[in-house]
Design a protein around this ligand. Structure first.
Ligand code: MG
Length: 373
């Protein structure tokens, strides 16, 4: 079997010159083979930038678009092809968007392998540890404590036992940050687990340390990305404050960055995104580092049903993979792109016994939101 083409599909809900919100654009990748098998992947990044990484011509030994490196190759030789892409994009890559593009292709190659061997992806990844995975719901913070509590009520009615909110107004005003959390805890009671995602907006250790102390009475499940992921000493000091867990890592890529982060930030929870960190192949390695250092791997995930399916297959085959993020994004790229989107029920997702990612794409949605040219 040989790879014959790598097709990039740029989807976007708003017009190109309009602002875009979380989940409203995506880069889908289809890896085509001469056997007729097609693998599907995606990366949750700036789609046109990742597309350029895939489609670029060769400049030299270490600066090549990924597509031309893989045409004619056997898609089942996943690790060798991963290494070929990593080395071939080495000058402009190693981290960031080149790794995002590699992630999309890597996911598609695992999809092909599972189809070729006719076994579920979790079997290829080492075997299924569990049939169900607990999930938490994520939403963009409401502008006021009252609006936020309205959203919390909806999510609780849907069956979530754990919620996380961030972005929107969160992180702009320390007093409002505390008030929203205080109000949420009073509204939801002690049975609901609540986490917050600061999107690095507390900026410095000093600001964040004050807020950690003010948040302590509200028993947060974790505080996510209080400061930029580059400030490892800041993370380490925050991780030592009180009993609140700290998490981070969604913007990192590759085992080297993650090893550095896990060892030196002292976070309790690390959050690689399978569509950015280097794909399924690299997440396996990152997971081993996390297990070695006693850090919980809790993948980031707020994009299409492709990301969701890949994350579920990965966690099903992971010893401690019993908890994950579940987007409730209202974007059609989440709700309608994958016709057999894996549902949440009573706070859990059931691991599907599909071959490959098992994804059925809605071609009408692709046609409607595809950016032409
Ligand atoms: Mg986050």
């Amino acid at each position: 079997m040989k790879i014959t083409d790598i097709e990039c599909i740029h989807l976007r809900v708003p017009k190109m010159d309009e602002e875009c919100a979380w989940g409203d654009d995506a880069l889908l990748v289809k890896v085509h083979t001469d056997a007729g098998l097609i693998g599907i992947g995606e990366t949750d990044t700036s789609p046109l930038v990742a597309k350029a990484v895939i489609d670029a011509p060769s400049s030299n030994l270490h600066s090549s678009g990924l597509k031309r490196l893989l045409i004619g190759e056997n898609p089942l030789e996943i690790q060798r092809l991963w290494d070929k892409m990593y080395l071939g994009s080495n000058y402009f890559g190693r981290k960031g968007v080149a790794m995002h593009a590699i992630s999309a292709i890597d996911i598609a190659l695992w999809d092909i392998a599972s189809q070729h061997y006719g076994v579920p992806l979790y079997t290829l990844l080492g075997g299924k540890y569990r049939d169900k995975i607990e999930v938490y719901g994520t939403f963009v913070t409401g502008d006021t404590p009252e609006k936020n509590n309205d959203i919390i009520a909806e999510y609780m009615a849907d069956g979530f036992n754990c919620l996380k909110f961030g972005d929107g107004v969160y992180g702009n005003n320390p007093d409002l940050d505390v008030k929203i959390v205080e109000s949420a805890r009073l509204f939801a009671g002690d049975d609901l687990e609540i986490a917050i995602d600061v999107q690095c907006k507390w900026l410095t250790y000093g600001n964040a340390a004050q807020l950690y102390k003010r948040m302590e009475p509200y028993n947060l499940k974790w505080i996510e990305e209080p400061i930029l992921d580059d400030d490892l000493p800041g993370y380490a000091r925050l991780s030592d404050i009180g009993s609140t867990r700290t998490s981070g890592g969604e913007r990192l890529a590759g085992r080297q960055e993650f090893t550095d982060f896990i060892k030196n930030s002292k976070v309790d929870i690390v959050q690689p995104d399978i569509t950015r960190c280097g794909g399924i192949s690299e997440l396996k390695k990152i997971n081993e580092v996390a297990e070695t250092y006693g850090c919980k791997l809790l993948p980031h995930g707020y994009s299409t049903g492709i990301l969701l399916a890949a994350s579920i297959q990965f966690l099903a085959a992971t010893k401690y993979g019993d908890f994950m993020e579940y987007s409730k994004c209202s974007s059609p790229l989440f709700t309608d792109l994958v016709t057999n989107l894996i549902p949440m029920k009573d706070g859990y997702v059931t691991v599907p016994d599909t071959i490959g990612l098992g994804i059925e794409l809605n071609e009408d949605v692709i046609e409607k939101y595809k950016v032409k040219g």
